[in-house]
Design a binder for this molecule. Sequence first.
Ligand SMILES: Cc1cc2nc3c(=O)[nH]c(=O)nc-3n(C[C@H](O)[C@H](O)[C@H](O)COP(=O)(O)OP(=O)(O)OC[C@H]3O[C@@H](n4cnc5c(N)ncnc54)[C@H](O)[C@@H]3O)c2cc1C
Length: 383
Amino acid sequence: MKQNRALKKKNLKILIIGGGIAGLTTLISLRKRSSDAEITLVDHRDFHLKIPRLHEVLRNPSPPIKIPFKDIEDRFKSRFVKADISLTRDAIEGIASSQRLIISGESIDFDYLVLASGLSDPIGAPETPGCLSLKDFVEGDLEPLLNPKTKTQKSGGDIVSIVGAGPTGVQFAFELMDYFERIGDPRSIHVIDAGERPLANFPSRVSEYVLDRMAQRGIKHHPCQRLVSSKPRELILEDRAGSQHQHRSGITVRLTSAPPFTTFPVNLFGQALINNRSFTRVYITGDLAQFKGPIAPAVSAQSAVRKGKLIASNILKSQNWFPLLRPYLHQDRGYIVTLGGRDAVGWIGSRGHIVTGSFALGLREMVDKQYDLLLEGIDTFIV
Ligand SMILES: Cc1cc2nc3c(=O)[nH]c(=O)nc-3n(C[C@H](O)[C@H](O)[C@H](O)COP(=O)(O)OP(=O)(O)OC[C@H]3O[C@@H](n4cnc5c(N)ncnc54)[C@H](O)[C@@H]3O)c2cc1C
């Protein structure tokens, strides 16, 4: 109690490692409810990346998917420090125990630490020979990547292959179809899928809708095919019986999820359990949090926003004499995948409630807009 009184007298110091969706939501929610907290954000990039909207680079040459942390610093009266933090359990235990992080000789002290460094870096994945990756689309110039007049691509035929049929692979397949149609050079789009159906983690009706739309648009689905090796214009695929064959491809985009996937266990309130020790002043949020309970929070942008808000609330509540912390027990309320600029499919409310077409697209755009507003300081999320 004495310690709590002491904390109230001085400004609360909060250090957030990771400025992704969960980290920024925590920062913004803290700032809205505590004008004098001293908040420091550390990230290894200069900018926040709106990951769920990466496919928009194919619609618009400069979509607003990168927000410089400098802007966040000014907008929400916080401090940004660029640094790549070692995220091993021992390193985090050391930082948590000493309540300070040393960066380039400077000691950053904190009362509360929030770890929000995500599951894996979608644009930092190791490169696959002969394949484009998300990094190429986010950091590169689309023209030389996809320009139909480029001789090397033409010599590989007009096939564009997407490896991976999760939400990102499916979204990119339709966006690429739209892109090549728009520039007047239609290509044959192929989706290489290790599973039996696209969007395997979604209800089967969602996959059926996607397969139907793929067939309508002429996108070819190759189920149960694993990528074994690749080089420019040639992939070696293996089916479930173990037989391998060659797949010619002018452009290949690899959009499978990228390990390593590091997670940190948390208790019911999002507090860290590191090396079997409980740290009540260290909260873990977003995809990094691994909660083993009756209802495990999903690994999604929606969930990252809700976890970020919850952690901000719990940090402020832990200042009270009798802190009534909120539990992590919540689930996703929906997930919608776009199929180009005119169609979408997913579920909303419960996994049995499937939405499609322009209605689904409108809902998806609304959620994207909600997040844009949050980054402006206007919170319309109901949690
Ligand atoms: C390509 C793709 C598309 C997706 N599409 C959707 C979608 O349509 N809908 C949906 O609901 N979900 C989607 N998701 C999932 C969603 O993006 C994640 O669940 C969400 O981003 C998790 O938020 P986070 O804050 O936990 O992590 P992230 O958003 O990954 O943020 C982590 C942050 O930590 C920083 N960081 C990482 N390591 C370090 C380090 N060592 N030191 C310092 N900083 C570090 C990173 O730079 C980053 O800013 C998608 C994911 C991917 C990869």
